[in-house]
Design a protein around this ligand. Structure first.
Ligand SMILES: [Zn+2]
Length: 282
């Protein structure tokens, strides 16, 4: 997983604004509260999946927030206040991890290869960068599809495993902010990462910096605006703070990407509440 450096001033500002509904962190329109942390914790304790374990971690470590807010303009849902960098670092070191992920390697490689084959009419090869590459499966998939493939990931253990399993690729243990290669990339791949990011505007600034003009950015993330999302937001299985801290819509991502140097994204049809998009760097 990929963590961002978190600004201490932002933490302090968030902590002081707990009684006021904040503006949308992406489009700055007004927001409304759609659920509380307490409501979520009560629900999560009753389900038999990962949410039960994450909510137990939150209770044990006194990780909390006020509420979920939804933007009245772009539909972005986020938690407020956002967790501090320190809170997230502790969470990822002590809770998160590769949790059985290694066993899914062959399946994940096959899935990414299929995705890249579908993108071939837009991008046929060149340089590929996976943001938050974990054990490197998608990087290896890109190599098998003809790319010169690189992966970055904050978890140094995951990067060590990736290097040893897939030595023909490039891997670096780094945050996106600290990654300053001497080239840009034809295709950035960012699968199930943006929902973990506390400052999405800064994150997309870095995605734009790393994408070659005329190159492409591919993103997948849960779709908060999908017709099959549960009506009561806190019951949606993708709601698992502090692992996920924002839930995008087509409109929120369109707005975010076009504000940061990308053309209007192309969204692929998904029957499940998941966004898959491709955006060209201007
Ligand atoms: Zn908004």
């Amino acid at each position: 997983m990929l963590l961002q450096k978190h600004d201490e001033a932002t933490d302090a500002a968030s902590a002081n604004s707990s009684t006021v509904t904040p503006l949308c962190p992406q489009c700055h329109a007004t927001t409304q509260v759609i659920g509380s942390c307490d409501d979520y914790m009560q629900h999560a304790a009753t389900v038999e999946d990962e949410r039960k374990h994450i909510s137990a971690y939150m209770a044990a470590h006194r990780v909390s927030f006020d509420s979920f807010v939804e933007c009245t303009a772009c539909g972005l849902i986020s938690i407020t206040p956002m967790p501090s960098g320190e809170t997230l670092a502790h969470f990822y070191q002590n809770y998160y991890g590769s949790r059985g992920y290694a066993n899914k390697g062959p399946k994940k490689i096959a899935r990414t290869r299929k995705r890249l084959q579908k993108l071939r009419r837009y991008v046929q090869g060149g340089t590929f960068l996976d943001i938050g590459c974990n054990l490197g499966f998608s990087v290896e998939a890109a190599r098998l599809e003809g790319f010169d493939a690189t992966g970055i990931e904050i978890d140094a253990n995951a990067i060590a495993q990736a290097k040893s399993a897939f030595p023909q690729n490039h891997f670096t243990a780094t945050t996106i902010a600290d990654f300053t290669p001497d080239r840009t990339f034809d295709l950035l791949y960012c699968a199930e990462v943006i929902e973990h990011v506390t400052d999405t505007a800064a994150f997309v600034t870095h995605l734009a910096r790393l994408t070659k003009p005329g190159g492409y950015l591919f993103i997948t993330t849960p779709d908060a605006g999908h017709w099959r999302r549960p009506g009561n937001f806190i019951e949606w299985q993708e709601v698992k703070p502090p692992e996920h801290v924002n839930w995008q819509t087509k409109r929120s991502l369109h707005q975010l990407l076009t504000a940061h140097g990308f053309a209007a994204p192309r969204f692929f049809f998904k029957f499940k509440p998941s966004l898959h998009l491709l955006a060209r760097k201007l």
